[in-house]
Design a protein around this ligand. Structure first.
Ligand code: NDP
Length: 280
């Protein structure tokens, strides 16, 4: 990848998105910083006005991604790194989460990212180079009580990303799925929706609600270090498909994978004995 790159970032107004933008600028890159409200990008833009394009992008708005990609190419000529970062969380039991809340979660975290990917791919394909970074979560590999809607959106993003990686690798494009644990951003604050509570879930989802409140502003993860880790993975000769960030994510993903392998081993004889007789 070129030494001076163009990074296109969704949700650059806060948290990880802002950290990715600041990291890229500090390394001499140009940044297409997109946000629902571009006023929130003023401080970032002021740090390097000639290298930042602040552009409005609500990832759920039809046609908005295409307009942002066109503006990026008009200003900087190409896109090297697309970071699909815009997102928010929901805490609530499956039964507590309305259809509307669930659809809205998928609209932003999954369909929004897919729309930006579709808009950027013609540019990346023409270049025969570039990287797509999809910010998932350790909740994109596993879930627990109260995070069903959020995890559903991240599992969906991971499924799409895994297929996409196979499709675009021959075209010279990398795909990286990022699975952070708890990082100090606004996710557990303004970006976390709490569903109306049903008493039946007090002992299960209740713990998750308390955990989500308590983690705000106390998370161990530093978004600036996450940005450096993502760049390191992108610059590697063999970029992994998935990158876990934070000891919490590393531990949880490892435990979950080990449990999967244990279940697979225990139940292999049962699963393997389901073919028509004579075809095994
Ligand atoms: P923040 O709340 O700090 O940032 C979220 C960003 O997403 C904001 O810039 C917000 O914009 C933007 N956003 C939300 N909805 C839309 C939309 N429809 N269109 C465009 N932008 C939108 O949280 P994070 O930085 O933590 O979140 C970034 C990503 O990281 C998310 O995908 C999240 O799921 C993921 N993540 C975060 C973890 C953490 O512990 N922090 C852990 C695992 C994953 P606005 O300012 O307009 O609200």
């Amino acid at each position: 990848m070129a030494t001076s790159q163009v990074w296109f970032i969704t949700g650059a107004s806060s948290g990880f998105g802002e950290a990715f933008a600041r990291y890229a600028l500090a390394h001499g890159h140009r940044v297409v910083a997109t946000a629902r409200d571009t006023d929130k990008l003023a401080a970032l833009t002021a740090t390097a006005p000639e290298r930042v394009l602040a552009y409005p992008l609500d990832v759920t708005r039809e046609g908005a991604a295409e307009a942002a990609v066109a503006a990026a190419v008009e200003r900087f000529g190409h896109i090297d790194v697309l970071i699909n970062n815009a997102g928010y969380g929901i805490v609530g039991a499956v039964e507590e989460t309305s259809a509307q809340a669930l659809r809205a979660q998928m609209d932003t975290n999954f369909f929004g990212a897919a729309a930006v990917i579709r808009a950027a791919l013609p540019v990346l394909r023409a270049q025969r180079a570039g990287a797509i970074v999809n910010i998932s979560s350790m909740g994109g590999q596993m879930s627990f009580a109260g995070f069903g809607a959020y995890s559903a959106s991240k599992f969906a993003l991971e499924g799409l990303s895994e297929a996409l990686a196979a499709e675009v690798a021959p075209l010279g494009i990398k795909v990286l799925i990022v699975e952070p644990g708890a990082f100090r951003t606004n996710l557990a604050g303004a970006s976390m929706q709490h569903m109306p509570e049903l008493d039946a879930y007090r002992d299960t989802v209740g713990h998750t609600r308390a955990f989500a409140h308590a983690m705000h502003d106390t998370q161990a993860g530093d978004p600036a270090k996450a940005a450096a880790a993502v760049d390191q993975a992108l610059r590697a000769d063999h970029t992994p498909l998935r990158l876990q960030l934070g000891q919490d994510a590393l531990d949880a993903v490892r435990e979950h994978a080990e449990q999967l392998l244990r279940d697979l081993a225990t139940w292999t004889p049962v699963g393997a004995a389901t073919a028509f007789d004579g075809t095994d």
